[in-house]
Design a protein around this ligand. Sequence first.
Ligand code: TYD
Ligand code: MG
Length: 449
Amino acid sequence: MKTKTIYTCQQCGARSVRMIGKCPSCGGWDTYVEEAINIGQKNIAKVPLGKNKPVRLSEITTDGEFRLVTKIKELDRVLGGGIIPGALILVGGDPGIGKSTLMLQMCSGLKQFNPFYITGEESLQQIKYRSKRISGIPEDVLLLAETNIEQIDYAIKSSDCNIAIVDSIQSVYTEKIESTPGSVSQVRECTGLLMQTAKQTGKAIFIIGHVTKEGVIAGPKILEHMVDTVLMFEGEKTYSYRILRATKNRFGSTNEIGIFEMSESGLKQVTNPSELFLAQRQEQDSGVAIVAAIEGTRPILLEVQALVSPSGYAVPQRTANGVDIRRLNMILAVLEKRLGLKFRQYDVFVNIAGGVYISDPAIDLGIAAALVSSLKDKAVDSKTVLIGEIGLTGEVRAVSAIEQRIKEVEKLGFNQVVMPKHSYKKLPGSFKISISPVERISLALSGLF
Ligand code: TYD
Ligand code: MG
């Protein structure tokens, strides 16, 4: 069977023998990508029919469902308890964030499953050098420096590994297509081949993917659809900690995060993230409030910073780092309407210290407190933590997992927590900490300064 390259529109599926800028069928621009197709007759009669028989749901057992446990707790949790055999897992992130280091360190916990690390980016000497910095990398981990995906595929199939790592998908290529490694069509073809191998052999395969500046994994969305799990490794270059997040997981929840710190000797797990995030706190400053957010199943205390300063523009600026800008605008509108505060002549900046992104609405009350604190230039009591979602009428709404949040607040030595009245009713037992249940944002903020 021979293969031939054609060009397909990613929006409408129209095909062409040449590269086209604007699709004549749907009008999309730059939507054509190169694809390899098989030409020539495949002898259908030779395909054995009925090999896979339909079964009833009740006949399928999941007993003995088995996961390869990496022994890196932060990683196992994000994976949903370990690696499922035959899974294809994409690890994405900016170049230099620590993807290769994480994968290499993962090998040490998976020693008994013969991990196989294939690099298309670094030489074997570079890997050796890196492994000397990191403790615990098994001496007998299998390594291969190769960029040809057919060779890689063969090597995976013929080795006795249970888990393989391909670093990175952008550096490998298939001979079937002429385009350069890293192009959309190469990425898709190579991923397709690895997916087949993972499913056929039951070996779990990790592929590393660099994220482009736009924040998407290079290659079409289809890459994310093809794999079972997408893990994103994030962090600011200026901070040493890194966050691992599952953005897709066929075998577990996508809420969990794993937190690591990049050190001189590789990645270290961060078991108490609140301590890390509050480490640089300036207690007496205005515009600062402490919130208790839930990330995955874990409570994390964070510092919300706000700066409200007179604006030199006709339209004042609104900037949000770590929270949704629409959420910030909503909170500002509620503060204006319900408390009569005037933010119109001010530029407003909000930042979650440490550079994490929080989508938990329970930090609303803390954002509001930081804003008012900066506007009035009065510090929020430094031993108080705020919990609560803000509604449009100025009500403080109930939040999830309240008990867990309060336990974390207590653990870190705070004195007081301001929380929604509706959640207070559900609170079992008693706490040592002083609790102020509130129904309205006005009441919540009045006692703080
Ligand atoms: P790397 O894993 O190569 O990143 P990626 O594969 O995502 O491109 O990590 C690169 C950075 O991490 C590099 O700037 C050096 C730093 N680093 C450490 O600080 N400590 C270490 O022990 C190691 C191995 C790397
Ligand atoms: Mg790398």
